[in-house]
Structures are given as C-alpha cells and as structure tokens.
Design a protein around this ligand. Structure first.
Ligand code: FAD
Length: 834
C-alpha cells in the first residue's frame, strides 16, 4: 500500500493476530486500537500493510511512534509466543551482559542500552545479566519489523529519554561506538559529520522520532541497513549443546577427520583433484615404478644369484633406493633449470616444477626412512658374521668393507650423523620458529653428505655425479652473478617506513638485471648480517628503473632492518650514509610525494651518469647483494584469460608487481590524438602480447592501514582504467579490486550496523571508500569464499574454466581453504607461500 489511510478498529475484548515473516503477533486491546496503514514502501516490512479488518473512520491520528510502540509492546507482552518456540529454555538460566555483548559482537554499551529500554536487565550475584527467556524475546523483537528496529535505534540514541535525539547524543554515540571497536581512520570524524548531515544536524540541533523515521524511510541506503538491524539467531547466543559429532571432534580429532574424509563430498573433491593434476600423478607413478623396479631387481639378483640373507637384501634394496633418491633430491634444487622450465608453457605443464619444494621434502623424509632401515639391516647382519666381532665390524676398517680403504661402516656412521643433523634441523619447529639460520647452515652439510656417500658405496658416484656437476655449475653461475656489479652487487637508493610494521627498500637496479613480474630475489645486507640471504618478492614493475621490496617484520633479521632505518630517521642520523628515509607511517601522502620527486632525481642521475660514477657513488651508499631473480608461479598469470589474484597481508607483493607492470602497459599505450585532443590507447601495446583479458584482485588484510602500502598503485590503476574505459566505452573493466578488512569482524548482528551506516553514507557522498580512499569498496570481515568462487564460476561456462587461474600468496591457513574451493569449482590453483 502506498497511500495513507486512517483507520480505526473498534474491538471489544478483541484479539488481533498479525503475522509477519517469522513472528506471530497477538495484540490484546481492551478498548480501542487505532491502526493507520503505513505508507512505507518495501523493503520496510510494516505489519500494518497486512491488516484487513472492518474499518470505521475516526478523526484522531496516532503518531507514528505510538503505533510502533504498540507493536513493540505487543511483542513484549507475548509470553506464550516466546516460550512455545523455545521449549528447551529454562527461565532460571541466565547469561551475563558481558557474555551477551561478546556473542553479539556488539559494544557493551549498546547491548546494555537495549536491554535497559526493554527492561530485560537484572542483577544476579552482582553481575548484570539477562535470562535466557529474555534472550529469546530480544531476538524476536529484533527480528520483527523494520519499524520496531528504527524505534529501538532511536531510543538507543535518545540517551536522556526526552523523545528527541540531539546532535551531541548522536555524535557521542558514534564516537563511543568506534572507540569500543578500537577502530580509527583519518577521516572518521568527517564521516560521522557527513552522516549527521543526513539527519539535518547541520541546520538543527535535535530531531524527534517522526523526522528521524521519515529521513530513514526516504533514504534507500539507510533504510536497507535498518532492515538488517537484527540478531542472527537465538541459538548462537545460548550455551552450545554438545552434539554427538562435537563430542567425537573434541576427543577423537584424528578419527573425526578420517570419518570426515570419507564422506561423499570429500570423495568428490579427491576425485576432482586427481582429474586436475594428471601430470603430477603421472610423475608420481613413474617415480614409484622406478623405485619398485630397482627394488625388484636387487631382490631378485641378491636372492637368486648372490644368495644373500634377508638382512643384506633389505640393506641393499634401501642402498639402491638411497642412490636414486639422493640424486633426485639434488635435481629438485636446480633453481636456474626450474626458471627455464617455468618460462616454457609446454614444459611446465608436463614437468610439475611448482611442487619441487614439496617433492624435495617428501624425498628427504623417504631418504631418512631408507637410511634407518639400511643401517639397522646391516647392524643385524653384522651379528651373524662369524669372522669378526660386531664392534670391529662397526667401528674399524679392519674387515675392509667398502671400496675406499674399508671405510664403509665408518663412513656409514658419519653419514647417519650428518643426515640426522640435516633432518632434525629442517623440521618445522626449527625453520618456522625463529631458527631459520640453524636450518640453513645445517643444510649446508649436504656437501659432507655427498662426499661421504661417494666414499661409502661403490656405485653411488655413478648416480650422484651428473646432478652434482649440474648443481655445482648452477651454484658457480649464481655466485658470479651475485657479486657482479652488473647483476647483483648494488646499493640502496632510499627507504620508506610504511604503515603496519613494513619497510620498503628502493634498490638501485643493476644494469643487466632482468626480471619478470612476480619474481623474487634473495638479498644480503652486510650491515645487518654479513652472511644471511633472505628472499623477498620484487613488488614493482620490470619497467621501473629501480627494484622495490616490501619487507614485513617477521623475525630477527627483518626486525633489525626495520629498526635500523627507523632509528636512523628518528635520530636524524642519515648524513653519513646518504640514505633518504621517508615516513609513510607518519604521513603517507607526504612520503609518497617526496619519494616520487626523489625517484625522478635519481632517474635523471642515472641518465646522465656513467657506470664508473655510479660505482663511486655506491661507495657512499649502503651495499646490497642480490641473488636472483628466481621465478614463482605468478609468472603464469599472463597465460590465463582471467586471473584471480588472492593475497593475504604481505602476500600482496607479487601481485603488486604484476599490477604495476599492467599499469605501465596502460600508460605506454596511452596517446593523445593530435586532431581531437582525446586520449586514445594503442591496442598494439596494450595486452597484445598476452592472453590476459580480466584480472580480479582480492586482498585480505587484517589492518586497514596496510592498504596504504600500495594505495598509490591501486589509485592510479583505477584512474588509468577510468581514462581507458572512457575512450573505449564498449570494453569491459579489466581490473576489479576486492579489498577485505578482517580487523573488524562482520556478522549479521546489531553491532555491525552503526559502522555500515557511517561507511556507506560516506561512500555515497564522496564516491570513495572510507578505509582506502579508493572507488572500490572495502568489505568488512573475511570473504565468504563459497559465494566468491560461485560468482566467478557463474561468469564462465564449464569449457572456459581452464582459462581461469587462481593465484594465491599468503598464510598457509588461508591456502587450504582456497585450495579446497579451487578443487570444488575446478579452477587451476597456483600458490606461493612466504
Ligand atoms: C619466495 C619468498 C618470497 C618472499 N617475499 C616476501 C615479501 O615480499 N615480503 C615479506 O615481508 N616477506 C617475504 N618473504 C618472507 C621473508 O623471506 C621472511 O619473512 C624473512 O626471511 C624472515 O626472516 P627473519 O630472520 O626476520 O625471520 P625468522 O624468524 O628467521 O623467520 C620467519 C619465517 O621466515 C622464514 N625465513 C627466514 N629466513 C628465511 C630465508 N633466508 N629463506 C626463506 N625463508 C626464510 C622462516 O622459515 C620462518 O617461517 C618471502 C619468502 C619467500 C620464501
């Protein structure tokens, strides 16, 4: 209904039953109930639209507030309704205000205010609490009509209960709200002010409910948010009832995950995985068959021809497999070769180089099992040898076992010790828990291992020699490159201290250093630690004149780098080293402008300076040794038609490089037409070399300040793209940015909506997102992956799925979810873990 009717319903001992979505309203009125049909159009779900009763006209008009108050009171005085829907609730059970506010993810003061308004708050053993029965009523009230929700919100804001909201009350409410969220952005105050203007607080100091209501009803955005101002479900607020499944999950987690694996859904995923990873499976089958064939050969040869006992056969089978696997493990570390394979589409499809680290780890574990069996089998066998005692066989060269001076058993002992050191120190608790250097240096023992392996067994060198020479040549090549001023030895241009514990280094790009977007380098900063190399992805475009790294504090080394330059800047101690340090953590805009002007200066310097000058210049600068570049699967992006780039936190760096490179192409393609003065884009330059037609960039960050790291890039890309789309109106958007902020938790409960009110009104007014200043909207909370993937899936028909690539770089926990989703939707998945 859209017109406004005035109706009076006369009832004696009447009972009015109104049904809205999921509540039943039973209004009991003694004398007269006046009802005015509501002029609200959808989505307001006013119950009065639904009333169809005999009407007698009366002249007195109740105010809107009175009418909604009737609804509210009806809900409050409806005990049967509440109790019938929740027979499992006992009225005596209580939940503390503190707990309720946590479960609702809503600031304490808002929950307290609502409960006070509804009269649901009581004091139990000195703790403010609410009965479970009232929790149900609260849910029902907040899930009733939008009118009721608007009234409740008005009452929350009307702190002094004078039936008016003043500007101060509203301002204070939002300030307190954001304080409770521990959230602030530089334009928050301005955003609150903008929101207040919607309620005409720029021209008046207070409003009553009628004005408040009509402003909301007429504003589509605000009305939509009010229609969501509710509580998700009662059950989520009440203590959990442990189900059978939960019990198994809690006490037998392994058994539970095994059972879960067996369900049909998981079986489908496994099936999908197998179908989508045929080359990997073929490789594994070949690997398995070679191991099997070698084992069978040794078993048959040793048992039938040499007539060896079981212990020797076991030892020799393991020995043979050790030879094979030790040579394979070396091959899997050939980084230059991997780089070549990666750059050829056909090669990398059939040689799954992306799993080289996982395969290296797998073989490492297999080697340790084989070595244990091999050693134990020989030790048992020594017990059967009559000629020498066990200890002589084990610890001396007297029995002349082996091919180099009877050294087999002693070299075997050394090999076991070396292998144990390598294996133990490569475990996660060493590598990932701040002892990476121990892992790194203990892994250097591989040299001793291979030398003793060759001495230990007669045939080992035949297996090892090829891969070892190949490996050594690669090492020599990368060392030459590393210390040459044309490719590796360089210096720091400038440093920017970024927001959220990140520092970005601007490094002079050596003359012959060539890289592709998404590649990474290993850097050594002698002034921080003379022998440590750490890998970092280059975050700018190959088209730029310098190299840029974004480094997040993670452990000792990164912390030292961050603190060194921060302290230098704090203490104004930069004159000696000639390093410029910009403080984006203090003033991002200023740092950006200053750095850009400095970049222009050094660009000019490079254009006018000879190499010798640069070398002399570098004496005054901080030296940096770079090793690389090394490739990552981010290189495959340009082989897809639609690339979906997903980054978690600092995992954005490879994609920043790719986006920078794409933007450089946009720029290079832009020309001004001399006739019409319009901007035109040369299709030849723009994306002509690539299959890539669409990029969706999803960046999930805990802290909204992190978006500042690449604000300039995203902002300029948006601008560049708008110019392009203006001159090519028929073209589709090339890059879509989806930013997610997890610092704030989203749920469908009331606590989220005040934030939504402020942010959405701000975007509507300014056209920019409040968190980033970009046109793209920042989503609050984690992505709902299923929805996100489903949307991408619907964009393509199933034959096109193969042209879509999902690229992920970020924390391992997120990696699992995304991999499962890719598996489900059959998208190609490529990951990069830091
Ligand atoms: C290919 C790749 C690209 C990366 N790109 C970036 C980037 O762009 N920005 C960024 O902030 N971080 C990046 N990292 C992570 C970065 O290398 C580590 O944060 C850094 O080396 C930590 O050193 P630390 O001594 O401060 O911390 P530690 O406490 O020693 O280690 C913290 C973590 O970093 C790993 N790590 C430490 N040293 C090394 C090393 N020499 N080689 C490999 N892993 C190491 C450890 O296993 C551990 O998980 C990348 C890592 C890899 C493997």
């Amino acid at each position: 209904m859209s017109s406004e009717h005035e109706t009076t319903i006369t009832m004696e001992q009447s009972s009015l039953e109104i049904s809205t979505n999921d509540i039943h309203l039973n209004v009991q009125v003694d004398n007269q109930l006046r009802v005015m049909s509501n002029h609200v159009t959808s989505p307001s779900d006013s119950i009065f639209d639904e009333i169809n009763l005999p009407i007698s006209v009366d002249v007195s008009i109740p105010s809107r507030r009175e009418l909604i108050q009737v609804q509210l009171e009806a809900l409050l005085n409806n005990p049967e309704q509440s109790s019938s829907s929740s027979s499992y609730i006992h009225e005596a059970n209580i939940i503390s205000l503190e707990n309720l506010s946590k479960k609702l993810n809503t600031p304490h003061f808002i929950v307290e205010r609502i409960l006070n308004i509804l009269g649901f708050l009581s004091l139990n053993e000195d703790v403010l609490s609410i009965s479970q029965y009232n929790v149900i009523r609260l849910t029902q009230i907040l899930n009733s009509t939008t009118d009721v929700r608007i009234l409740l919100f008005f009452m929350i804001l009307d702190i002094n209960n004078d039936n008016h909201i003043s500007k101060i009350e509203m301002n204070d409410f939002f300030k307190l709200y954001f304080q409770n969220l521990s959230f602030n952005t530089h334009n928050l105050e301005e955003a609150i002010e903008t929101f207040l203007k919607r309620f005409h607080f720029d021209t008046q100091n207070e409003i009553n409910f009628e004005e408040f209501y009509s402003i909301i009803i007429e504003d589509e955005t605000i009305l939509r948010i009010f229609s969501l101002f509710s509580i998700r479900s009662t059950r989520s607020l009440l203590p959990e009832i442990k189900s059978h499944e939960n019990f198994i999950h809690q006490y037998f987690p392994r058994f539970y995950s095994y059972i879960a694996l067996l369900n049909v859904h998981q079986m489908t995923l496994v099936y999908n995985y197998l179908q989508d990873n045929i080359p990997q499976i073929i490789l594994f089958i070949i690997y398995f068959l070679i191991n099997l064939a070698l084992s069978l050969y040794v078993i048959i040869f040793r048992s039938t021809i040499l007539k060896n006992n079981v212990c020797i056969i076991f030892a020799r089978v393991c020995g043979m497999l050790l030879n094979l696997n030790c040579s394979l493990i070396l091959i899997l570390t050939l980084k230059q070769t991997i780089l070549i394979i990666r750059s050829k589409r056909f090669l990398r499809y059939w040689i799954p180089v992306d799993i080289h680290i996982d395969f290296h780890k797998f073989i490492g574990r297999f080697i340790s099992i084989l070595a244990i069996i091999h050693t134990i089998a020989h030790m048992i066998n020594f017990g059967y040898v009559q000629e020498y005692s066990w200890s002589i066989l084990m610890f001396t060269t007297t029995p002349h076992i082996g091919w180099v001076g009877g050294f087999a058993t002693l070299s075997g002992i050394i090999l076991s010790i070396v292998l144990a050191i390598i294996i133990i120190f490569s475990m996660n608790w060493v590598r990932r828990k701040g002892y990476f250097q121990i892992f790194y240096w203990s892994h250097r023992f591989y040299l001793i291992f291979f030398v003793f392996l060759i001495i230990h067994a007669e045939n080992s060198w035949k297996w090892i020699i090829g891969p070892f020479i190949w490996f050594s040549l690669e090492k020599i090549y990368s060392n030459i490159k590393r210390y040459s001023t044309h490719t590796g030895r360089t210096y720091l241009n400038c440093v920017t201290i970024e927001q959220s514990n990140v520092i970005s280094l601007n490094i002079h790009k050596p003359k012959n250093f060539i890289f592709k977007p998404g590649d990474y380098i290993k850097i050594n900063m002698p002034q921080i630690a003379p022998y440590e190399f750490h890998p970092f992805t280059i975050s700018n475009a190959p088209e730029d004149n310098s190299l840029r790294l974004h480094i997040q504090i993670n452990g000792n080394w990164t912390k030292k780098v961050y603190e060194r330059y921060k302290n230098m800047s704090d203490n104004d101690d930069i004159s000696e080293t000639h390093i410029r340090i910009y403080r984006a953590d203090l003033n991002p805009k200023r740092a950006c402008i200053e750095e850009r002007s400095y970049e222009n200066t050094i660009e000019n310097e490079i254009n006018t300076t000879t190499m010798n000058d640069l070398n002399n210049l570098s004496l005054k600068k901080e030296i940096i040794i770079i090793d690389g570049p090394y490739s990552s699967c981010a290189r495959y992006i340009f082989d897809c038609e639609h690339a979906i780039l997903i980054a978690g936190g600092i995992g954005v760096t490879p994609y920043a490089s790719i986006l920078s490179s794409l933007m450089a192409q946009f720029r290079a393609s832009r020309m001004n037409c001399s006739h019409c003065q319009n901007t035109i884009h040369s299709k030849k330059i723009l994306l002509d070399n690539y299959r890539l037609r669409k990029v969706d960039f999803i960046w999930i960050s805990r802290d909204h300040k992190s978006f500042e790291w690449f604000f300039k890039l995203l902002y300029e890309f948006e601008k560049e793209q708008d110019i392009y789309l203006k001159s090519h109106p028929t073209e589709k958007r090339f890059l879509t940015v989806h930013l997610y902020l997890t610092e704030l938790k989203i749920d469908k409960n009331i606590g989220h909506h005040p934030l939504q009110l402020i942010t959405e009104v701000w975007t509507q007014v300014t056209g920019h997102d409040i968190f980033t200043g970009l046109k793209s909207k920042t989503h609050i909370g984690r992505p709902e992956w299923d929805k996100v993937f489903n949307q991408f899936y619907l964009e393509h028909n199933s034959s096109m799925i193969n042209n879509v690539g999902i690229f992920f770089c970020g924390p391992t926990t997120m990696n699992k979810t995304i991999q499962t989703m890719c598996n489900r939707y059959r998208f190609n998945f490529y990951k990069e873990n830091f």
